[in-house]
Design a binder for this molecule. Structure first.
Ligand code: 13P
Length: 261
């Protein structure tokens, strides 16, 4: 039974967690994992700290068991919230792929709606970041999703079709590793969510349009609704933001996914 292909649960810490808090979070999450069979299941856990905590998170994991063993098996990994669109080390304020690889980063969030909406992120830049990530062996978590106005106007599929064009230069091999996160903007940080059935329908549409096999759901995911989303046939995991800041809550989200495997 269950999802043979496995599930992905990625925590997006956004602008939160000092170095000290990140260490405490990892200690507690590791303690929870030590008492559970989770370390053995086909579930990828990805933690996306702020840039200032990437180095310390990577170093800290090396001192923890079972987290270190899970990291070695690819079951626990670090993601960055940004990546330079240039491979030339020449964009002040950006972080190149080699610097990310240097601190153990394996995944990178690209095209998050907060970057699109508040930082002027364009599809062109998103496409360039996708290429840089893929060509350096980093796994993109490409975020797509419609705003409340677009949702109300029935334009979800039109918007997603446009956003998915950033994939047009991605090879078939790259498409096998890329992860898409469907995050309706109106569900982010609001406590409002689509029904799991509606999220599943939209994710089915994304899979058909993009040929990307792994598509996860984000937007007010918490430990109470996670299982309802993850048990849908096409939803391959989740991208919680606020709920990932508490290691106990994040653990319960991961645990609810493990029950489906
Ligand atoms: P919330 O889970 O806080 O709604 O955030 C979702 C998100 O933006 C993840 O990328």
């Amino acid at each position: 039974m269950g999802k043979q292909r496995g599930l992905v649960i990625a925590g997006n810490w956004k602008e939160n967690m000092t170095v000290e808090q990140a260490g405490q979070w990892l200690d507690e999450f590791n303690r929870l994992l030590s008492d559970s069979p989770l370390a053995e299941v086909n579930l990828r856990i990805v933690l996306c700290p702020s840039t200032t905590a990437l180095y310390v998170v990577n170093e800290h994991i090396k001192r923890l068991s079972p987290l270190k063993d899970m990291a070695e098996k690819g079951l626990f990994a670090i993601g960055s919230q940004k990546i330079s669109p240039s491979g030339q080390h020449n964009r002040t304020g950006e972080i190149g792929p080699d610097l990310l690889l240097n601190v153990g980063v394996q995944y990178v969030i690209i095209g998050h709606s907060e970057q699109r909406e508040f930082m002027g992120e364009t599809d062109q830049l998103i496409a360039e970041r996708m290429q840089i990530a893929c060509s350096h062996g980093l796994i993109p978590i490409l975020c797509v999703g419609e705003t409340a106005d677009e949702y109300d106007a029935g334009e979800t599929e039109k918007v997603l079709t446009r956003q998915l064009e950033v994939l047009r230069k991605c090879t078939d091999d790259q498409r096998k590793t890329i992860i898409i996160a469907y995050e309706p903007v109106w569900a982010i940080g609001t406590g409002r969510t689509p029904t799991p059935e509606d999220a599943n329908k939209t994710i089915r549409f994304i899979k058909d349009k993009s040929s990307i096999p792994v598509v996860i759901y984000g937007g007010s995911v918490n430990d109470e609704n996670a299982a309802d989303f993850f048990s849908q046939p096409d939803i391959d995991g989740g991208l919680p933001g606020g709920a990932s800041l508490n290691p106990n809550t994040f653990y319960r989200i991961v645990e609810s996914a493990s029950h489906l495997l």
